[in-house]
Write a protein that binds this ligand. Structure first.
Ligand code: NAP
Length: 347
C-alpha cells in the first residue's frame, strides 16, 4: 500500500480552554501521512468510531491530574475503533481487515504498534469497544466491585446515571440485588432509568437546584440512607449525598464533571462535609480506569455475556462526522448524550 497517497485528517489540540471547549481550541489539519513506510510489527489503521470522554476536558486544564496536561500541538488523544488496512512483519494475531481498539486519537489514519492494540470480537457491535466493553465498562465494573462492594438489599446511589459509566453501574448494582437510585438531568433520562434499567427511584437534579432541595430529594428517594454512592458528577449533588450516608458507606469518586469547565483551575468552595465521613466511618476512594487496564479480560468475561443476553443494556449516542468531534466533546457537558457518546467517522 502506498502510504504517501493517504490523506489524513487530524484535530490538533492548540489552546487550553478557560471554560467550555470548542473548535477554537483545535486546528483541523488535512495532510498526507508523514511516515512513508511501516516498521516491522506496525499497523496502518483507519478510524471508524472515535471516542469523546469527559477526561479529555480534565487533561485540558493547566494543572496536572493523574498525569501532565495534554500537550499543545499534538493530536487530541482518544480511544478509537479502527480497521486494519496494512501490516508489516510479525503482528501476532492482528491481520488486515481486523477491527481493533487503539488509542490513536482524533485522526482518520494512524500507524501504531500491533502490541498496543486490542483485537475486537467481530460478533459484538464494534462501538461497544468504546463503551460498555471498553474503558467506561471497566471503570464501572471495577469501581463498583472493588470499592463499592454492594451487598444484596443495600441502597446504591449513582450520579450521572444515564451516562456511559453510570448506566452500567446502575444496571450492575440492580443485577447484584441492590436498591438502586439514579440521578440524571432530564425527565427523558429518568424514564429510561425506570423503564429500561428498572431502577427503584430516580431524581432529576435540575428540579432540585439548591443543597437543601437536593438533600430532601435524596432522603425521599433513599429512605433507608445510602450504602454505596458512585459519584460521576461532584458539586452540589455530591454535597447533598454526603449528608445521607449510612454507617460504613462506600463512596466511589469516579468523576466530577460538574467541575471540569473552569473549576479545576479555579475551584469553587463548597460546604464542608468531611464530618459526615467521620460520623459514619465511611470510606471514600477515587478510582481510575487505567489502574485496571491489565484486568480487561476479567471485565470482558463478566460483561460480554450480559451484553449478549440483553441483561446489560448499552445506550449509545452516535454522532456522524469527523468535523463534529470538538462540538460533540462539549455536548457531554450539556447532557446531550444518553449512554456512551461516540463519533462515527467512516461508513
Ligand atoms: P457520561 O456520563 O456519558 O456523559 C457526561 C454526563 O454528565 C452528561 O450526559 C450529563 O448527564 C452529566 N453532566 C454534565 N454536566 C453536569 C453537571 N454540571 N452536573 C451533573 N451532571 C452533569 O460520561 P462518562 O464517560 O460516563 O463519564 C462520567 C463521569 O465519570 C465523568 O465525570 C468522567 O470524568 C468520569 N470517568 C472517570 C473515569 C475514571 O477512570 N475515574 C473513567 C471514565 C469516566 P445529565 O443529562 O444527567 O446531566
Amino acid at each position: 500500500m502506498d502510504l504517501a497517497a493517504i490523506i489524513n485528517k487530524q484535530w490538533i489540540y492548540t489552546a487550553r480552554p478557560t471554560a467550555e471547549v470548542t473548535a477554537n481550541n483545535y486546528q483541523l489539519v488535512t495532510a498526507p501521512l508523514t511516515k512513508q513506510e511501516l516498521a516491522p510489527g506496525e499497523l496502518l489503521v483507519q478510524a471508524h468510531y472515535i471516542s469523546v470522554d469527559p477526561y479529555m476536558r480534565i487533561q485540558q486544564a493547566a494543572q496536572d491530574s493523574w498525569e501532565a496536561p495534554h500537550p499543545l500541538g499534538a493530536v487530541q488523544g482518544a480511544g478509537v475503533v479502527a480497521k486494519v488496512l496494512a501490516v508489516k512483519g510479525d503482528t501476532g494475531e492482528i491481520a488486515v481487515g481486523d477491527f481493533v481498539n487503539c488509542y490513536t486519537g482524533w485522526q482518520m489514519y494512524a500507524i501504531c504498534a500491533a502490541s498496543a492494540v486490542r483485537k475486537l470480537d467481530p460478533t459484538l457491535p464494534l462501538s461497544t469497544a468504546l463503551g460498555v466493553l471498553g474503558m467506561p465498562g471497566r471503570t464501572a465494573y471495577f469501581g463498583l466491585h472493588t470499592v463499592g462492594r454492594p451487598q444484596v438489599g443495600e441502597t446504591v446511589l449513582v450520579s450521572g446515571a444515564a451516562g456511559a459509566v453510570g448506566s452500567i453501574v446502575a444496571q450492575l448494582a440492580k443485577l447484584q440485588g441492590c436498591r438502586v437510585v439514579g440521578i440524571v438531568g432530564s425527565a427523558a433520562k429518568q424514564q429510561l432509568l425506570q423503564e429500561e434499567f428498572n431502577l427503584d427511584a430516580t431524581i432529576n437534579y435540575k428540579d432540585h437546584p439548591t443543597l437543601a432541595a437536593m438533600t430532601l430529594a435524596l432522603k425521599t428517594a433513599c429512605p433507608q440512607g445510602i450504602d454505596v454512592y458512585f459519584d460521576n458528577v461532584g458539586g452540589p449533588i455530591t454535597d447533598a449525598a454526603m449528608t445521607w450516608l449510612n454507617l460504613r458507606a462506600r463512596v466511589i469518586i469516579c468523576g466530577q464533571i460538574s467541575q471540569y469547565n473552569g473549576g479545576l483551575d479555579n475551584p469553587e468552595l463548597g460546604p464542608r462535609f468531611l464530618h459526615h465521613i467521620l460520623y459514619k466511618r465511611a470510606l471514600i476512594q477515587g478510582i481510575l480506569a487505567r489502574d485496571f487496564a491489565d484486568r480487561m479480560p476479567e471485565m470482558l468475561a463478566a460483561l460480554a455475556p450480559l451484553v449478549r443476553s440483553g441483561q446489560l443494556r448499552y445506550p449509545e449516542t452516535i454522532i456522524t462526522g469527523f468535523e463534529n468531534l470538538p462540538a460533540t466533546l462539549n455536548a457531554l457537558f450539556y447532557g446531550n448524550n444518553t449512554g456512551k457518546m461516540i463519533v462515527k467517522v467512516s461508513p
